[in-house]
Design a protein around this ligand. Structure first.
Ligand SMILES: NC(=O)c1ccc[n+]([C@@H]2O[C@H](COP(=O)([O-])OP(=O)(O)OC[C@H]3O[C@@H](n4cnc5c(N)ncnc54)[C@H](O)[C@@H]3O)[C@@H](O)[C@H]2O)c1
Length: 333
């Protein structure tokens, strides 16, 4: 499998490294508009061809697939050209900057039979896989809420608001853990620059069965926090991504309504039990993601981070942006 990497800025080098190391794959080209970035490739990987002309890759019959790690607003055009040229396509999150574009790419992939996949890296982390396992095996009881904080003094993106930049991770994890798509979205945010792109935002997703998720995303926090609470009616999980070894804590905490309580006198019984820290392997999520992409191409299987999950994330982001513009409007799907 020969793969070309498109974009060699911050994230592209991670794709080059992982696709170079993956079984049955070889990086054939790196394309970037910047010669300076390509000089970095030549130094680290003298055997990989570099180009500032996309046509070199599109017309190379030996290159089977492209992996796109460029700014969001360029994803659609680059992916569309690659699909039309008969390549399989992997796109960094978020898949595109609109639902219309995502739908068009999905139609193209259905027509050509080529794989279209998005890199929702977090789905491949051992921590998220462990949480999923705890949920599906009933160990935390009935899932009730997800509450996530993803804040730091971050790089302001010039083309998208903070939700488009940070929330794809939370949304993709949330849809995966809830095994569902929300029924409605509500978001508020504020832009402290003159481009009207919110640099701090709060997003709420409402799911069936009274399940709820809330995300706090910010580029203007003095501290870096990457925490997610996953609440079940039996146990609750704290996922702290900044921890190196103890990423998950499972709290055997819960509550129950005392049977004789009524509307006016609600009596709650609290249960406070042990806290356990499961052992989580530390495999690199991107290596598993690369493997899944190659596997999807060779076995025609649907990857975990499918184009459908990419479209779902974009649908939520688009609705969230509309909600922010309309001062927190409740938007139903
Ligand atoms: N999966 C993750 O956890 C993760 C983490 C970071 C970034 N990303 C995603 O990766 C993508 C790139 O982000 P980044 O932080 O590396 O951006 P970046 O700005 O650091 O790098 C982008 C690179 O693309 C090049 N480029 C821009 N337009 C191009 C075009 N039309 N054709 C070819 N090259 C072009 C630029 O010269 C630059 O080298 C984004 O979609 C981002 O959301 C994903």
């Amino acid at each position: 499998m020969k793969i070309a990497i498109i974009g060699y800025g911050y994230w592209g080098p991670n794709l080059v490294r992982n696709f170079s190391l993956a079984e049955n794959s070889e990086v054939s080209w790196v394309f970037d508009l910047s010669e300076k970035q390509l000089d970095r490739v030549k130094k680290s990987y003298p055997n990989i061809k570099t180009t500032t002309n996309y046509q070199d890759i599109l017309h190379d019959p030996e290159t089977d697939a492209v992996a796109i790690a460029t700014p969001v607003f360029t994803h659609f055009e680059l992916a569309k050209k690659a699909m039309i040229s008969g390549k399989h396509v992997l796109i960094e999150k978020p898949m595109t900057s609109s639902v219309k574009e995502s739908n068009e790419l999905i139609q193209l992939s259905q027509k050509s039979g080529k794989v279209l996949m998005v890199d929702h890296t977090y789905l491949y982390t051992d921590a998220v896989q462990k949480i999923k396992d705890l949920i599906v095996t009933g160990q935390i009881g009935k899932l009730q809420y997800i509450d996530s904080t993803r804040i730091n003094l971050g790089l302001f993106q010039r083309d998208v608001n903070v939700l488009w930049d940070l929330a794809p991770h939370d949304i993709s994890i949330c849809n995966y853990l809830m095994d569902d798509f929300p029924i409605a979205v509500q978001a508020v945010g504020a832009a402290h620059t003159d481009n009207n792109l919110a640099n701090i935002a709060y997003l709420t997703l409402f799911y069936n069965d009274n399940k709820i998720a809330h995300f706090n995303c910010s580029w203007i926090s003095p501290v870096k926090i990457r925490q997610m609470l996953i609440g079940g009616d039996q146990k609750m999980i704290l996922f702290n991504d900044l921890e190196t070894t103890e990423k998950l804590r499972i709290y055997d905490k819960g509550y129950s309504i005392v049977p004789e309580s009524d509307r006016n006198r609600l009596l709650i019984d609290y249960r406070i039990g042990d806290i356990t820290i499961p052992k989580i392997p530390q495999t690199e999520a991107l290596a598993s993601m690369a493997k899944d992409f190659i596997n999807a191409i060779t076995t025609h299987s649907v990857p975990l981070s499918s184009s459908k999950s990419g479209l779902d994330v974009v649908k939520i982001l688009e609705a969230a942006e509309k909600s922010i513009q309309n001062k927190g409007q409740y938007i139903e799907f």
